[in-house]
Design a binder for this molecule. Structure first.
Ligand SMILES: [Zn+2]
Ligand SMILES: [Zn+2]
Length: 397
């Protein structure tokens, strides 16, 4: 981001923390957690500790970082070097990223950029640049309401596994919109807290259905009431519609099982399993679940990739609308001049804007912050002071 835009985005962040910082709640056992923050235009600062949430909120207003992070792990000494921290336990964490779900709308709203000749176009990244044939191409993904709906659906799928396969009480599970393109799911208390990386990898593998092989049809009888994947598979077979093309033997569950075990070729079984997994497994970022030394963006703080809030979805995930509820400062009157290099249609705050290409426009400040944070445009130079002056009474930082 250019200097002028950084200054405006930073002021926007400052105003948010000044007005809404009290919404940031203390994580449990705050003294045992590692904190970190990412200053604008500088490297991450880690291995910090805060004795209470007031001290952390004060830091946010004072430093106005681009990102604020907290560990899901608890340590004896969170400020020590990683191998000396004394790891005690960690909450289970899951990350669902809309981009990884590869929705068909990606070819409408994603942008690719050739690092060799600078060509930039809407659409999925080709193998080589259409102008200069270079393969140094950058993907710039966007997340539209359809992408985020898919991520929410995946989240519901995960919640079902957590409750029924892993035995985690729903009251211990919190879902957050990441502030960008997905959801973070955090299990506060569970029997899995003391699991190491390998144990967590097994959970990630289980959710993705890794290791589930077609031999399941040959070896044992499946029942819809079976626990875990066996029951899921049985219910899937049972509940496929009567006219489903997979089976010749009709809609009877018993007949379908027998057909699978005795008549399907190896190839047919494999393709059936792939279809079952694509409709039932959970697509999480397993690196996030297995790494117990990470720090995560704190709930109710701002995401520097969008200027949106990482927000808890509350008790009604189905009704939660990330693109309106995660807007940090929804003031339609506060406008800014923005040069937009290239961006697809944006739906934010209950309205839609664009698509835009090489245009200078007057937009609500929060839309400008979103566009600048996504790297799709910048605030028009010279307007910085004027906009800064609109953010009332916040000093001249
Ligand atoms: Zn090129
Ligand atoms: Zn989309």
């Amino acid at each position: 981001m250019d200097e002028n835009s950084t200054q405006i985005v930073r002021r926007y962040f400052k105003e948010y923390y000044f007005r809404h910082g009290t919404q940031i709640k203390s994580p449990s056992d705050i003294g045992s957690r590692e904190f970190g923050y990412l200053p604008f235009g500088a490297m991450m600062v880690r291995h910090l500790s805060f004795k209470d949430i007031g001290a952390l909120r004060a830091m946010l207003v004072r430093e106005v970082p681009a990102g604020a992070y907290c560990s899901n792990s608890l340590y004896v000494d969170p400020t020590a070097e990683m191998h000396l921290k004394g790891w005690k336990k960690a909450e289970l964490i899951f990350d669902i990223d809309a981009d990884a779900l590869k929705q068909p709308c990606k070819k409408v709203h994603d942008i690719w950029l050739c690092k060799s000749c600078g060509r930039k176009e809407f659409g999925l990244r080709p193998d080589i640049c259409r102008s200069c044939k270079s393969n140094r191409l950058l993907e710039l993904p966007w997340a539209c309401p359809m992408c985020l709906d898919a991520a929410k659906k995946e989240t519901f799928r995960l919640l079902d596994f957590l409750e029924f396969d892993l035995g985690i009480a729903p009251v211990e599970t919190k879902v957050y919109f990441s502030g960008n393109a997905g959801y973070h799911i955090n299990v506060e208390k569970s029997a899995y807290e003391t699991l190491d990386t390998h144990g967590r990898a097994e959970i990630a593998d289980y959710l993705s259905g890794r290791g589930l092989t077609p031999s399941i049809f040959a070896s044992q009888r499946l029942l819809p009431t079976d626990p875990g994947w066996r029951g899921r598979l049985a219910r899937y077979i049972r509940d496929l519609p009567e006219d489903d093309q997979t089976f010749n033997s009709g809609s009877q569950f018993e007949n379908r099982l027998s057909e699978l075990a005795n008549e399907f070729s190896k190839k047919q079984i494999e393709s059936f399993m792939n279809r079952f997994l694509s409709e039932n497994a959970v697509r999480i970022d397993s690196m996030v679940t297995t790494d117990v030394h990470r720090i995560f963006r704190m709930p109710e703080t701002l995401n520097n990739k969008t200027g949106l809030v990482k927000r808890e979805c509350g008790n009604n995930l189905a009704e939660f609308d990330p693109l309106s509820e995660a807007v940090a400062l929804k003031d339609e009157e506060q406008k800014a001049q923005v040069f937009v290099d290239m961006c697809p249609k944006i739906e934010l705050g209950g309205r839609s804007y664009g698509p835009f290409k090489s245009e200078t426009l007057e937009l609500p400040l929060y839309i400008g912050v979103y566009i600048a944070s996504k790297g799709a445009g910048k605030f028009v130079s010279g307007k910085g002071e004027e906009i800064a002056a609109q953010t009332k009474g916040l000093g001249n930082q």
